[in-house]
Design a binder for this molecule. Structure first.
Ligand code: GSH
Length: 257
């Protein structure tokens, strides 16, 4: 074994994870690190300002989760899941069997895309009322009091809502399609792709997103008793944040039907 290989496979000694409160891929990576027993330092960032800070820390992109691991910078929840398995194979985030692995990868990739929907729900809701933001930042160390961050957060919310395209059109369409999306996640649970005794990368990708949606009073009744709702509560027992009713009743009609 060359010395380079030795260094690359060395146990994780120094991990620093940059996150944004309420970010579901950030939570996915926190869960993965905990699952592997990798100690890490968490750095909480404020949205938008996060982009400048990540650049300052020489990350190639501008999104969280961003992980500095043994001096290497890895960004994006799906890249991080693979890097974690590479540097610390046990317990694995992907099954050893190629067919099973392909299914987990498919569910993880779907979840990576799906992220944008709950993300838009949140920014759309914050645009209407910033007060619930404080609950999502519970326990975060933002460098300023959370109350102040919320009070001065108007421009951040407006910009984030614009950048994520959290428009009426998108959010109402996502809500109309949500039942089918939840059915899809439930099918992965039924097929044993996720929800097994040992959580995998797809569990960690999907559960925080369902958990975030459970924080919406409007959505919780349609999700909590589903297999994916049960899974989310098991994998992510603590997820700060509560969103009081916010969506127009007609946008929820497909869920009610
Ligand atoms: N698909 C990417 C998504 C990364 C992403 O969009 N992260 C959001 C937070 S969830 C972000 O960093 N947004 C920048 C901002 O809010 O300013 C992943 O899984 O890592």
């Amino acid at each position: 074994m060359s010395s380079t290989t030795l260094i690359e496979c060395a146990p994780v000694g120094d991990a620093k994870l940059y996150v944004i409160p309420g970010s579901t891929p950030s939570r996915a990576v926190m869960l993965m690190l905990d699952h592997k027993g990798v100690p890490y330092k968490r750095v909480d960032l404020m949205p938008v300002i996060s982009k400048t800070l990540l650049r300052a820390h020489r990350f190639p992109g501008v999104t969280v989760p961003a992980l500095k691991l043994n001096g290497k910078r890895v960004q994006g929840s799906t890249k991080i899941s693979r890097e974690l398995d590479r540097v610390q194979p046990e317990p694995p985030l992907f099954p050893g069997d190629p067919e099973q692995r392909a299914k987990v990868e498919e569910a993880e990739a779907w979840g990576d895309e799906f992220q944008q929907k709950p993300r838009r729900f949140l920014w759309w809701a914050f645009k209407r009322d910033r007060a619930p933001m404080a609950s999502y930042a519970e326990g975060a160390r933002l460098g300023i009091p959370v109350g102040l961050a919320v009070k001065t957060g108007g421009p951040t919310v407006a910009l984030s809502a614009r950048l994520t395209e959290a428009t009426d059109e998108n959010v109402s369409a996502h809500l109309a399609a949500l039942r089918a999306d939840l059915d899809r996640i439930d099918t992965w649970v039924a097929d044993g792709v996720i929800g097994g005794p040992e959580p995998n990368a797809a569990d960690f990708q999907l559960a925080p997103q369902v958990r975030l949606m459970l924080s919406f009073d409007d959505l919780r009744p349609f999700i909590e008793s589903r297999p994916c709702g049960e899974l989310a509560k098991r994998i992510v027992p603590d997820f700060p944040g509560r969103m009081p009713p916010v969506f127009p009743a007609e946008w929820l009609s497909a869920l009610r039907a």
